[in-house]
Design a protein around this ligand. Structure first.
Ligand code: PGA
Length: 274
């Protein structure tokens, strides 16, 4: 199985549902050219150069209308692949109960979401999510048919004190403890110091971290995880996407700020497609 290329938009706490629909409208027009049926047939025949999978992670309250907009965009393009799929930025690990304010993976799946981010550094740092919770969320998401994207990454202090690889290893081992390797999942390496700072990791540094992650995955007793897509996240822009995607271990991007504008997000998708 070859590694899938993925480009994902993490909107964080941005965009109202109507702003999300306006984005979907404009983005799908631009990106439909990349996903045009003719080029799809050609790429399918070539067998290797598939268009990247595009995922948008809106706010929880923006999910419903964006799921509808994504469906309409795909129907309009009449392509074989969805123009973009939708995921949630977070979920709880129980499906129901006395958990005020939470959203369950069962609800997300019922709404038509296909993916969920788990363990984003903002969840870890601001909302104090532990690796134990993160592992449970990965499991709960998979058992409802959602594809979890586990986010891992070191802080600046951890990098400065040479703890990067220890941190990544721990977040991986603990976060994937309850993983069902027969169900889809992906990983995003997001150095915390690069998120929202404009300070992107160099291509070499990101590739080094990705190759460490891949090496650790190979050590897991879970079996062959070599098909796992590993995305880079942290200040990705159209200007740096081309260089980063050339790196052998980088399979795509998780994009925050630059995903809010349909043109710049589409330019990143195009960079990955080339
Ligand atoms: P950024 O955010 O692209 O704005 O750095 C990435 C993320 O937090 O996923």
């Amino acid at each position: 199985m070859s590694r899938k290329k993925i480009v994902a938009a993490n909107w964080k706490l941005h965009k109202t549902p109507s702003e999300g629909r306006a984005f979907a409208n404009e983005f799908s027009k631009i990106v439909a050219q990349i996903y045009a049926p003719t080029s799809q047939t050609e790429t399918k025949e070539k067998g290797s150069d598939q268009p990247p999978q595009v995922i948008v992670f809106p706010t929880a309250t923006g999910l419903e209308s964006l799921i509808q907009a994504a469906g309409e965009a795909t129907n309009k393009a009449a392509g074989a692949l969805p123009i973009f799929e939708i995921g949630a930025q977070n979920c709880f690990f129980e499906n129901s109960g006395a958990f005020t304010g939470e959203t369950s993976p069962k609800i997300l799946a019922d709404m038509g979401a296909k993916h969920v981010l788990v363990g984003h550094s903002e969840r870890r740092v601001i909302f104090k999510e532990t690796n134990e919770w993160i592992a449970k969320k990965v499991k709960a998401a998979q058992s409802c048919g959602l594809t979890p994207m586990l986010c891992i990454g070191e802080t600046l202090d951890e990098r400065k004190s040479n703890k990067t690889f220890d941190v990544l290893k721990l977040q991986l081992i603990e976060g994937l403890k309850l993983l069902d390797k027969n169900m889809p999942f992906s990983l995003a390496y997001e150095p915390v110091w690069a998120i929202g700072t404009g300070q992107v990791a160099t291509a070499a540094l990101a590739n080094e971290a990705h190759s460490f992650i891949r090496q650790e995955l190979a050590r897991f007793s879970l079996g062959d995880l070599s098909y796992t897509s590993i995305l880079y996240g942290g200040s990705v822009k159209p200007e740096n996407a081309k260089e980063l995607i050339q790196m052998p271990e980088i399979d795509g991007f998780l994009v925050g700020g630059a995903s809010l504008d349909p043109k710049s997000f589409a330019a990143i998708v195009a960079a990955v497609q080339k």
